[in-house]
Write a protein that binds this ligand. Sequence first.
Ligand code: SF4
Length: 141
Amino acid sequence: MKIMVSACLIGENCKYNGKNNKNEKVLALLEGNEVIPICPEVMGGLPTPRVPAEVVRDVVTTRDGRVVDQEFRRGARLSLAIAQREKPDLIILQSRSPSCGARQRYDGTFTGTLIDRPGVTAELLIENGFQPVDVGDLPSD
Ligand code: SF4
């Protein structure tokens, strides 16, 4: 099976704070499968660490007010291109990320409030017929 996955979930330190979201359940699931890691924010040209961002009225903006929409959208397009080329059987994405969140993201007020709308990469994948799975929705053993 071919599995596309948020790179931070497999231990890459590409998270905004320079850390990762290493997930043992994901690692176990990937064993013996072909793995395609993506980090849309890094692929879009952003550094690590970076100032956290949210989608503010449809424009991705950092907590300190810098517009990073182009970088986020570029990362989303590149991720979509990889998915279209590789045709993964499964896509597992990190929860609540403004890029990867498959079901939810923060609402753009930087108050920790979630809304039922995917991050920009997940949203683009969904619009193009993919069904990314939120890591939080993986069945437990
Ligand atoms: S953009 Fe996605 S892969 Fe990259 S750090 Fe954020 S959640 Fe992880």
